[in-house]
Design a protein around this ligand. Structure first.
Ligand SMILES: [Fe+2]
Length: 562
């Protein structure tokens, strides 16, 4: 880091502390003065734990209809849930400029330690939250709960509620689509009114302004399951596209048009509201969209949270641009474009940072927490084009049958082989659309001899991939978490449960590196890291239409280090 760069870094770090109260030892046990009349309608949250620090969060809604000046509340952090051993306390101010949200960055804590915290106004106390600092030195086990894609109008956040019932998470990872930007009548809103999840009148359109984004976060935070999970464990979160708008890339988005105003102003509003409402410590301050950052869980794992969306992504390729009116696909032109060495998901700065950070990280496991699937998921072109027409069951079974036969060693005709080998990536919004950058990353990981684990969200379905380089060498493992409520492939392809299970089995046959997928259930993923291996468990619930739910299925895989 040059001096100049260091100075600007310090400036950025100071900018963070302008709006976030940082608790230092001097502040410890200071007497709260003049707490305001507030209500804590959105619960509490904690996040971005370090070995000696954690962010505490709440929103203090002023009860005075026309509040003037800032609102002041007090906070306490204790060793026990009954607050008989309060270790730290202080006051924090907030106001309309940050939507009455408050963050305290509590410092000077002990590693690998559970703490309890709460906020108080003059008249009311917040619920109690539970949090935990990261371990340092030797640690034998880390357990993470991993989520993505919670869409309020699509259903109740029972998946969060299920995870909140466990009390042994070291941290919760949220891989994005924490909110969705659509208005009434938009994506996944069909059942909303019927199940009591309609968007409120004052926030029922597509969100565009800072006020719109803030109200959307407030709405989502009324969900009991989400409040319970935030209160149960520290979050480590990144955004995906819908925290801004669908299919965001560095210069725009699929769901942003010129008549919706300047894209960068919208993005700045989205980023501001995200930082206000999430218990996060943005590495370059709260006005900078740089969100990528690392967490060290003792000597067992290093977690690198990436941004494959906002900061560096080149625009997605579109299959439609390679298809003629008759539905013929120009495989050659497409293959040339997708193999362009300049295409990037991360952007140059983030890629450099990741390379350096991976090189110096010594943990047994190197985990990339990010949005989109990294595994190679190529499907026969004719199957892909049929998906565009809503799917073709017979064709799907025929191709799966052919692939199964070839795997059994049966002789296929030249034409049959051609049908299987003429394959293209299924999802161009994922790493498959940026294949050269992925291969570069794989080679770096191989050269450095790291145990790579990638976690992904975004697709609404569950996946387990072997990550292999272009020469077929194993580079790592990928675990994809299903959505909390957003509809998955079963909805796009109008599959009933049996057909969705059948297709899931078929996909694992058709796609070489795919080991498991679930295409129809909502849930989350628990990953347990140990010194000699990993255990992944996908947990599924039975419904999202009411808050009465049950855990109905799970799937577990283990991977031992050799
Ligand atoms: Fe999503």
């Amino acid at each position: 880091m040059t001096n100049l760069k260091r100075r600007s870094f310090i400036k950025a770090a100071l900018a963070t502390t302008g709006s976030v109260a940082v608790s230092t030892p001097l502040q410890a046990m200071s007497r709260p003065e003049l707490p305001s009349n507030v209500s804590f309608d959105y619960g509490v949250a904690s996040g971005d734990p370090l070995q000696d620090a954690v962010i505490l969060w709440t929103r203090a809604t002023p009860l005075d209809a026309n509040p003037t000046g800032p609102v002041k509340i007090s906070w306490e952090l204790a060793e026990d849930a009954g607050f008989t051993r309060v270790l730290r306390a202080g006051t924090v101010e907030t106001d309309l400029a940050r939507d009455y949200t408050s963050k305290v960055d509590v410092r000077g804590l002990k590693p690998n330690t559970r703490y309890y915290y709460r906020f108080s106004g003059a008249n009311e106390q917040s619920p109690v939250g539970r949090t935990k600092t990261l371990p340092e030195d030797e640690v034998d086990q880390i357990k993470l709960a991993i989520f993505s894609c919670s869409n309020y109008p699509a259903g109740y956040f029972n998946v969060y509620q299920l995870a909140a019932q466990a009390d042994d998470w070291d941290a919760v990872l949220h891989l994005g689509d924490y909110i969705y930007e659509y208005g009434d009548g938009g994506y996944a809103t069909q059942n909303a009114a019927k199940i009591g999840r309609a968007l409120p009148q004052d926030n029922s359109g597509e969100i565009l302004t800072l006020t719109d984004y803030r109200k959307r976060y407030a709405l989502y935070r009324t969900d009991a399951g989400l409040q319970a999970l935030h209160a149960a464990a520290p979050f480590i979160a990144v955004w995906d596209d819908h925290e801004v708008t669908n299919d965001t890339w560095k210069g725009g988005a699929e769901n942003h048009s010129a008549d919706e105003g300047d894209f960068y102003s919208r993005r700045a509003a989205a980023v501001q509201a995200y930082y206000e409402w999430l218990p996060i410590r943005p590495p370059m301050g709260e006005t900078n969209p740089q969100i990528y950052r690392s967490f060290q869980f003792g000597d067992l794992l290093d977690l690198h949270m990436l941004d494959t969306r906002v900061i560096g992504r080149d625009q997605q390729l579109q299959f439609a641009n390679y298809m003629d009116e008759k539905g013929n696909f120009d495989t050659r032109a497409f293959s040339l474009d997708v193999a362009s060495p300049s295409r990037t998901l991360l952007g140059e700065e983030q890629r450099k940072w990741l390379r350096k950070t991976l090189a110096r990280s010594k943990g047994q496991w190197q985990v990339l927490g990010q949005q989109v699937l990294m595994g190679r998921m190529h499907l026969p072109v004719e199957l892909m084009t049929s998906f565009y027409r809503g799917g073709d069951k017979n064709l799907t079974s025929e191709l799966i049958g052919l692939k199964a036969a070839s795997l059994r060693g049966e002789q296929l005709s030249e034409q049959q082989l051609q049908r299987l080998q003429n394959a293209v990536p299924y999802n161009l919004d994922a790493w498959d659309g940026y294949a050269v950058e992925r291969e570069t990353l794989y080679q770096e990981v191989r050269e450095q001899g790291k145990n790579l684990v990638v976690v992904a969200g975004d697709t609404h379905n569950a996946w387990y991939n072997h990550l292999k380089d272009n020469d077929g060498r194993m580079v790592g493992l990928e675990f994809g978490t299903p959505s909390v409520t957003s509809p998955g492939m079963e909805t796009y392809l109008k599959l009933d449960e049996r057909s969705a299970k059948e297709l899931a089995r078929g996909m694992s046959v058709l796609v070489d590196d795919l080991q498991y997928c679930n295409l129809h259930q909502r849930g989350f993923m628990a990953l347990t890291f140990r010194r000699d291996g990993i255990e992944a468990e996908w947990k599924y619930i039975d419904n999202i239409d009411s808050t009465e739910f049950a855990e109905v299925d799970s799937h577990r895989v283990t991977h031992k280090l050799v």
